[in-house]
Ligand binder design. Structure first.
Ligand code: PFF
Length: 456
């Protein structure tokens, strides 16, 4: 069955699309990955670079994805094939593969969050936060919660675009924003808050100059990851748009939300860490969990905050996971002709299997496979996807993109030219440099810590 024989669902409302895109963007990337990258890459120096990339690369790239999705009304494989010809279907295929890889480990980390949420009710992590993390990060618990999280994702997406995704995000996104705001206000009242803000908010240009080789790829990877760019999520979501809306306005709102939540997360996480005497998080995927659980064990009303924080965190992860799986599911429905529930179940099962080693293997208690998948996905795969897509559109088909963007706005005049040239040169060049640096960094990881792990 081809795309033309399937009636394509559409968002019921404008808010539905925006909330779904915000729900996709706001997730583990903001609340887990962002603070650990800030901690690892030099605090405010990283924050500055990241914000710069969000504006320079994130917004133009998001508009490209929107234009492609709404223009073609297809999943990434069909969309790229329709624009670039048959060979570009393989690039679309790469997007599907990236979605597969990301959700496979994303679900394991989201499983940790769920486990912490459950643990919050009994204060299970309070006694020894470090040991608790080691205990749940890999092994049976990790696998079980990975399975539960994947099952929840499958259940929502199997219901469809309107009844599943749109309804879910309309409940989820406002609750995320409310809880985050509440927590940030609370965090502002903590002792040591001044030191925490200083660490997080006053950029140290010396760090930027010394460590740019790791900060640049980390910031570019994080910008793509957090905005759900580089693998066709925004193509897919925009393909369900019926009317010609102002895509630039929608993109700005979505990016504003995502960036706001990331900044808020820092305003919550760092004061809590400093108040508990922990300081900036140590590098590593477990840092945020260990440190926050330790902090919740010490601060007043910590248990309540633990429940709220990990509950909200689970919801944020779920609304991103549904977008990741939707890319793959929409491909299977459109191009392979399966019905939605079957497609969703098969895809979810496959991702569960691919994520199982991440949940099971550890090096001295550390979930090393998370690093293996995560650096590959964010810094290499998403950025590669971004370069290819930006090249196809900005160099190969600029007229199509401009025409599509102008549909909801009117004549863009020179702004359109600025947009296309921004994508053609600065965006593509920054992404190429980031990719090259990331490949070198990944090779160092593979021949260093990972090789040690493999050789036992
Ligand atoms: N943007 C999501 C987050 O920040 O958690 C993760 C994500 C979703 C990454 C979709 C990539 C993607 F295509």
């Amino acid at each position: 069955m081809s795309i033309d024989e399937v009636v394509r669902e559409h968002w019921a409302t404008r808010a539905g699309f925006i909330l779904a895109a915000v729900g996709s963007a706001v997730g583990l990337g903001n609340i887990w990955r962002f603070p650990f990258q800030v901690g690892q890459e030099g605090g405010s120096a990283f924050l500055l670079m990241y914000l710069f990339f969000i504006l320079l690369i994130g917004l133009p790239a998001m508009l490209v994805e929107f234009a492609v999705g709404r223009h073609t009304e297809r999943n990434p494989v069909g969309a790229l094939g329709a624009i670039g010809g048959r060979a570009w279907r393989y690039v679309g295929g790469l997007f599907i593969l990236i979605g597969f890889v990301i959700l496979s480990y994303y679900s394991v980390v989201a499983g940790w969050v769920l486990r912490y949420f459950v643990g919050s009710f009994t204060g299970a992590y309070a006694a020894d936060p470090e040991a608790y993390f080691v205990g749940i990060a890999t092994g049976f618990d990790a696998l079980a919660f990975h399975a539960i999280f994947m099952a929840a994702t499958v259940a929502i997406v199997a219901l469809g675009v309107r009844r599943g995704i749109e309804l879910a995000v309309k409940l989820m996104v406002p609750s995320i924003v409310l809880v985050m705001l509440g927590l940030a206000v609370y965090a502002a009242t903590l002792p040591e808050v001044g030191d925490a803000y200083a660490y997080y908010l006053s950029p140290d240009f010396g760090v930027l100059i010394d460590d740019w080789r790791s900060i640049v790829p980390a910031a570019a990877g994080q910008a793509f990851f957090t905005l759900s760019l580089g693998m066709g999520v925004m193509i897919t979501y925009a393909s369900y748009l019926a009317e010609d809306r102002n895509l630039a306005e929608d993109g700005t709102v979505i990016i504003g939300f995502d960036t706001g939540i990331a900044i808020l997360t820092g305003l919550i996480v760092f004061p809590i860490l400093f108040a508990a005497g922990i300081g900036a998080a140590d590098p590593g995927p477990g840092a945020v969990f260990v440190a926050l659980a330790g902090a919740f064990a010490e601060i007043r009303f910590g248990m309540l905050f633990g429940i709220l924080f990990f509950g909200m965190f689970s919801i944020a992860a779920l609304s991103s996971a549904i977008s990741l799986i939707e890319v793959v599911v929409s491909y299977v429905i459109d191009e392979r002709g399966l019905d939605r529930p079957t497609a969703t179940a098969i895809v979810g099962g496959g991702m569960f299997v691919l994520g199982a080693p991440v949940a099971l293997l550890s090096a001295d208690g550390a979930p090393i496979m998370v690093d293996l998948y995560d650096i590959l996905a964010a810094e290499i795969l998403l950025v590669t996807g971004g370069i290819l897509l930006m090249g196809l559109i900005a160099w190969g088909n600029p007229g199509l993109a401009i025409g599509e963007l102008e549909k909801g706005i009117g004549d863009l005049g020179t702004s359109a030219t600025v947009w296309i040239w921004l994508v053609r040169i600065p965006v593509v060049v920054v992404l190429l440099v980031s990719l090259a640096l990331a490949v070198v960094g990944y090779a160092e990881f593979l021949t260093g810590p990972f090789a040690e792990f493999v050789s036992g």
